[in-house]
Design a protein around this ligand. Structure first.
Ligand code: S3P
Length: 457
């Protein structure tokens, strides 16, 4: 995509050396034309991990080259895998299930909960120890939810107070297969247990009362693991046979629906927009936002539905729409768990009131996303009430938000999705929205600001 000089000049560089690169996101006019968002973060992490456990060469195209996925790649290298970029492909030579080496130094997980929890699962059934460290945001996040089942499988943990990073894990060999019913709807916990099951003799079972993203299941099968999923009385029972052998694959990573979400909402709330977002992953366990925005009256059409890398994909045509507030069914939450911050922005511009509930999990993401978004939207002039488990948002009916006052900035709390959501709010504001720190955006969406500000109009 051609970028205007102005867009390049205003794009904030993503550099760890520049402290708190603040940015004021101004209204830019309607969105037209076409764009592509980077590869899916969940699938990218898994393609590196599974490739690193397969014997032979796995090749991945469309990999998300964000900081979170690079943290996974660096950790897998430290445990013996060879991972290199050749042109637009990433090539991975794995060590085989059971073959992970003990890392010589701490594994730096940066901001990435997915890297941390999935790698804890992998390490749990290998005869190695590892120390895991992370940034200030990750070091507050609960790891007890994976420590508990992985301890039952025989792994040992020495974690900071409250079950957080930094922690040391000592894997068990052989580990013990368990049957585990998920107490929270979490794809990371599910995946941690399944990945530990890969090198555990016998059958490891995870029971999922509420379905969550199923990329681990789809991809492990694709890599040749014996994994089956049974539906019993509304629950999903997932069984994996251990001491698996993974075969190298070619993986084509579809565009990330969680990244597309920012542009979907931008096109819906900015008058005159008519935008096509190409190659968006539409796995039903991830597509809740589109359903909710359509219920609010959003015009989102799926063009040329197809399969990419075993996942349903389409190009999305999104047109400016008058949105109406709704009561969001909490049952949809797991299929849009990362999209609530930007849904709150859409709600702030809708007619009437949007009520959300059942969102306790948002309090333990990269930030407490309920309080961070309540504070952020309030600062930008929206009318928001925070409840125990959700937000109630009274929309403007389509009028722009006032924007953040001069000298005040949204607090991002090291959370990429707060920064990007409030960037979108800035597009539908009178005075713009100042975000205190745009550097976390690079964890999941490098190039976001250039793409946003350089789009054809
Ligand atoms: C992810 C699962 C979700 C999601 C995260 C990615 C994954 O976390 O929020 O961004 O790739 O498995 P939880 O499992 O904690 O809900």
């Amino acid at each position: 995509m051609a970028l205007s000089k102005a867009a390049l000049a205003t794009a904030t560089p993503f550099s760890a050396e520049i402290p708190l690169p603040a940015h004021r996101f101004m209204p830019l006019g309607p969105f037209n034309g076409r764009l592509r968002v980077p590869g899916d973060k969940s699938i990218s992490h898994r393609s590196i991990m599974f490739g690193a456990l397969a014997v032979g060469e796995t090749r991945v195209t469309g990999l998300l080259e964000g900081e979170d996925v690079m943290a996974t790649a660096q950790a897998m290298r430290k445990m013996g895998a060879t991972i290199e970029q050749r042109g637009d492909e990433w090539c991975i030579h794995g060590v085989g299930v059971g073959g992970l080496l003990e890392p010589e130094s701490a594994l730096d997980m940066g901001n990435s909960g997915t890297s941390t929890r999935l790698l804890m699962g992998l390490i749990a059934s290998h005869a190695i120890s590892a120390r895991l460290v992370g940034d200030a945001s990750l070091s507050k996040r609960p790891m007890g939810r994976v420590i508990e089942p992985l301890s039952r499988m025989g792994a040992n943990f020495d974690a900071a107070e409250g079950g957080t990073l930094p922690l040391t894990i000592r894997g068990a060999q052989p580990a013990v297969p368990i049957s585990y019913r998920l107490p929270v709807a979490s794809a990371q916990v599910k995946s941690a247990v399944l990945l530990a099951g890969l090198n555990t003799p016998g059958i490891t079972t995870v029971i999922e009362p509420v379905p969550t993203r199923d990329h681990s299941e789809r991809m492990l099968k694709g890599f040749g693991a014996e994994l089956e999923v049974e539906q019993v009385g509304g629950e999903r029972i997932i069984r994996i046979r251990g001491e698996a052998e993974l075969k190298p694959q070619r993986v084509e990573v579809p565009g990330d629906p969680s990244s597309a979400a920012f542009f979907i909402v931008a096109a819906l709330i900015v008058p005159g927009s008519d935008l096509i977002i190409e190659n968006v992953g539409l796995n039903p366990t991830r597509a809740g936002l589109i359903e909710v925005l359509r219920q609010m009256g959003g015009s989102i059409d799926e063009l040329s539905r197809r399969e990419v890398g075993g996942e349903p994909v389409a190009d999305l045509r999104v047109r400016h729409s008058i949105l109406t507030g709704i009561e969001v069914d909490p049952a949809v939450a797991p299929s849009m768990i990362d999209e609530f911050p930007v849904l709150f922005v859409a709600a702030a511009l809708a007619q009437g009131t949007t009520r959300t509930s059942g969102l306790d999990e948002l309090r333990v993401k990269e930030s407490d996303r309920l309080s961070a978004m309540a504070a952020a939207l309030t600062l930008a002039g929206a009318r928001v009430e925070e409840t125990d488990d959700g937000l109630v948002i009274h929309g403007t009916g389509g009028d722009p938000l006032p924007g953040t006052p001069k000298g005040a900035a949204i607090a991002t709390h090291l959370d990429h999705r707060i920064a990007m959501s409030m960037a979108i709010a800035g597009l539908a504001s009178r005075e713009g929205v100042e975000v205190d720190d745009t550097s976390p955006i690079a964890t999941s969406f490098p190039g976001f600001i250039s793409l946003l500000e350089g789009l054809e109009r």
